[in-house]
Structure formats: structure tokens, C-alpha cells
Write a protein that binds this ligand. Structure first.
Ligand SMILES: [Fe+2]
Length: 234
């Protein structure tokens, strides 16, 4: 079975097994972007099966492994073991949480030279969890991790489905979970990051959980962040 699927120009995604997050089955998804220099930018890596590794190796040499927020780190160690030459990038706060991992660098508001030609980025601060949002220029794809969740309404069953809907993470109303939204005490800095994001010419939106978007991406992002900019924001 093929693991990698071409999502857009030079951008591939692979789906991994579900992981348990506070009793909820969260699907995992990673992206591999082929950079101009031929190296691979690996975002939020999933479990590395031999089949996935063979497909990745056929795509190009892995040059960087990126954790976009400190909740997405589960498979970094096995990828670093498989690709010791790749630079391992920590999301804000992850170095403290995973002292066992040897990170080469930490994500900031500016993309490092390694991928700056192809990918832009911004950190969304203002809450208990800082997430790095990326923009792949060649395909006009914005890449969100947990800030925009878009589960199918029937993904979770029973009371979990109700919780997910109340939490604001199911289609057609994508977004961050409500308790995370409520923790954005510094909305000014979060809005500044959102302005940077909305300045990007977004066509597609790749997300970690739920259906990604292949057209009208900017409108999807605006809808997903109405809570941050709306009058009755919550
Ligand atoms: Fe997540």
C-alpha cells in the first residue's frame, strides 16, 4: 500500500495510526515537502514503518524533522535514529518536555535558511500552547497542527461526538478546542500572528486532524479563527 499521497506540488502527506489523546482517538498525519535543494522537510512525523521509509527515501534525503507544537513529538526519536544527519527542530517548550531528545535548533518567527526559500512560518503565541504555522509557497498551502481541527461529525462516537462538537473541532465549524481558545489571554499577539498568516496567498490548508482543504483555503482559515477576531470571540 502506498503511504505517501501527493497533496500539492512538492508536498506529500501520509496518514498514521490513531494515538490516544485524553481518551479520544486522534488520527495522525505528517507532511513531507521537497525543498528546492532536493532535501526533505518533514512536518509532524508519524510512526515510521519500513514501507513509509522506503517511499521517503525514494523522494529525497531527509534534511529536517520538525515538531510544530509541543503536543506533536511522539515519533521524533525514531525518525532521528533513522535519519541522524537530519536537523531536529523543537517547537517552543518541547526542549523542556523532552530532555531525552537532542534537538539541533528551536523554531522561531523566521524560517531558518534551510527552508526559507520554500517555506514561511510564524509562531502563534498568546496561550499555554505555542504553535508554529507554516506556508509552502510553491503550492500555496498553509499548514496547521492543532489550531485548526476539522473532524468529520461522525469521527467520534457517542458522548465523545457531542464533546467534540461542543469543543468546536468538527466540520463545518473548524477551529481550536474551546478550552485552548479560552486560554488565549494575550489576544493581541495571537491576532498579530493571524495577520501574518492571512497575508499569505493561501489556496490550500493542510491540517493534522480532519479533512484538509484544497480550495478557498483563506476563507477556511478566516472561519476557523472567527473566535479570535469576532466581536463575541470565544
Ligand atoms: Fe494534534
Amino acid at each position: 500500500m502506498q503511504c505517501l499521497r501527493e497533496f500539492a506540488t512538492s508536498l506529500y502527506v501520509a496518514e498514521g495510526p490513531c494515538v490516544n489523546f485524553h481518551g479520544f482517538a486522534y488520527p495522525t498525519r505528517m507532511a513531507a515537502i521537497v525543498l528546492s535543494d532536493g532535501g526533505l522537510f518533514i512536518w509532524s512525523p508519524i510512526a515510521l514503518s519500513p514501507e513509509l521509509k522506503a517511499e521517503i527515501d525514494a523522494l529525497g534525503p531527509v534534511s529536517c524533522l520538525v515538531s510544530p507544537n509541543r503536543l506533536h513529538y511522539l515519533f521524533l526519536a525514531e525518525w532521528k535514529r533513522a535519519y541522524p544527519q537530519a536537523r531536529l527542530y523543537a517547537s517552543p517548550g518541547l526542549r523542556k518536555k523532552r530532555k531525552d531528545l537532542r534537538f539541533d535548533d528551536e523554531l522561531g518567527d523566521e524560517p531558518p535558511a534551510e527552508w526559507a526559500t520554500d517555506i514561511d512560518q510564524v509562531l502563534v503565541h498568546g496561550s499555554f500552547l505555542t504553535e508554529a504555522v507554516f506556508f509552502h509557497r510553491a503550492s500555496g498551502t498553509a499548514i496547521f497542527t492543532d489550531l485548526l481541527q476539522n473532524f468529520a461529525p461522525d469521527w467520534f462516537k457517542g458522548w465523545r461526538a457531542l464533546i467534540a462538537r461542543l469543543d468546536g473541532i468538527t466540520a463545518p465549524c473548524p477551529g481550536a478546542p474551546r478550552e485552548w481558545r479560552a486560554s488565549f489571554l494575550d489576544r493581541r499577539v495571537a491576532r498579530a500572528a493571524l495577520r501574518v498568516i492571512l497575508d499569505w496567498p493561501i489556496e490550500r490548508v493542510l491540517i493534522a486532524h480532519g479533512a484538509p482543504v484544497t480550495e478557498n483555503g483563506a476563507a477556511f482559515v478566516r472561519r476557523g479563527f472567527a473566535w479570535l477576531v469576532g466581536k463575541n470571540a470565544h
